[in-house]
Design a binder for this molecule. Structure first.
Ligand code: SF4
Length: 151
């Protein structure tokens, strides 16, 4: 299942949102997904290709190893976003990505993310993907991902 982390200021954990000074005073939450099943197969660091994935090397690796992909991850994420206190920041996907074990975009997860952020525009969010082309092929656009306050 998706792992969630609350109230961390640990930049090793959530990364430093460069140049986003307006974010820094905010308390920060994070989500952690399973590496491999949630990753695009095209990623050069996919565990099937070796052990170069950063998420399995950093201090958070112990958390990433405990996360497991689940069909219910989208619902866990939706509830997590909606439950955040006003004004929090959220670092999506400290490990893992937006895909499912079938190699396709995990639409349930992505749609839950976007829907929850539309309801909570006060939650500033950011994240990364190694599967941008797959998201575009699935019909998502950059404006979809601006919903969470990404500038
Ligand atoms: S998508 Fe990210 S977390 Fe997944 S294998 Fe690639 S670098 Fe690691």
């Amino acid at each position: 299942m998706l792992k969630t982390v609350l109230q961390t200021q640990n930049k090793k954990l959530v990364g430093d949102p460069k140049g986003k000074a307006k974010w820094s005073p905010r308390p920060v939450a994070a989500t952690i997904r399973e590496v491999g099943p949630t990753c695009p197969t095209s990623c050069a660091h996919h565990p099937d290709r070796g052990k170069t994935c950063y998420a399995l090397q950093m201090p958070l690796a112990f958390q990433a190893r405990k996360a497991t992909w689940s069909e219910g991850d989208g619902e866990v994420l939706r509830k997590f976003i909606l439950s955040l206190p006003p004004g929090w920041a959220l670092r999506h996907g400290v490990s893992g990505d937006l895909y499912g074990p079938d190699g396709r975009v995990d639409r349930g997860y992505v749609d839950a993310m976007l829907g929850a952020h539309r309801k909570r525009p006060d939650v500033v969010a950011w994240g990364y993907t190694h599967g941008l082309s797959g998201l575009q092929e699935a019909g998502y656009t950059s404006s979809d991902f601006a919903a969470g306050g990404l500038p």
